[in-house]
Each structure stands twice: as structure tokens, then as C-alpha cells.
Ligand binder design. Sequence first.
Ligand code: THU
Length: 140
Amino acid sequence: MDRAELVKEAWKAREFAYAPYSHYKVGAALLTKDGKVYRGCNIENSSYTPTNCAERTAIFKAVSEGEREFAAIAIVGCMDNQKPDPNVYASPCGVCRQVMREFVDPGTFEITVASDENHFKTYTLEQMLPESFGPEDLLG
Ligand code: THU
């Protein structure tokens, strides 16, 4: 699946975003190395802290179904009452970057931030989370 297709999947994921407090809706599409896509949306909570980001929803869905090998994630986000600005991309928060770090190779895993299938930018996790702490620091 190419990056433009993965961005479209992220937009589909965003349709189910539950964001009554921030009104900022996010969708993520996580691609496994064998080509499966897991979608995730942000899920807010009236107590705020339990809110889950779209990226983590997608990652936890996949891991909870036995997936451990990931190639890429695409992320889209914007206010629910606005048209997305083609030049503004939703970037993953620090917590989500660290959750990705647990399961992927930072040097090769690709994070695509996008506004639509024609406007996106791709980084490795290493670029977005340099000098990171990860499983090998504890497990050797
Ligand atoms: N959000 C995400 O879903 N992903 C991110 O990486 C950044 C923020 C969500 C959380 C919250 O529901 C809303 O965006 C505003 O912070």
C-alpha cells in the first residue's frame, strides 16, 4: 500500500473520532509489514486524562490482535468544524512517539503526517524521537 492510500485510510479512521471536548478529530492508519491496516481515532473522556490518541488506539488495536511487525503509520487531524489546511499536518504527540518506540525499528518505521493524499511528509521515528529510550535499554 502506498502512502497516499494509507492517508486515505487515516481519513476513514477519523470519521469515528470521539472529540466532544477539544473538537479536534484525529485519524491514524497503521500498516503492518505484511500489508494489513489497523485504523484508530482519538477517544476523549470527560475526565480528560483517560483520553486516548488516534495513534495509540491503532497501535493498541493491532498489538492486542497479535501484530508486532509494523512498517508505517499515517496521521491526519483537524478541527471538526473546519476544512483541513493543506499545508498544516497533525504531528504525533510525545506519548504516541514513545509507544511506537516500543514496537518498531526507529530507523525504518515511517510516520506520514498529512492533510490529504496529495499533501504529506514522511519521517522515520528516529527523526521524530531522536536519542530515545527503548526496550533494549532494559532487555539488553
Ligand atoms: N490527539 C491525537 O489523537 N493524536 C496526537 O498525536 C495529538 C493529539 C488528540 C488527543 C485529543 O483528543 C485531541 O487530539 C486534542 O489534543
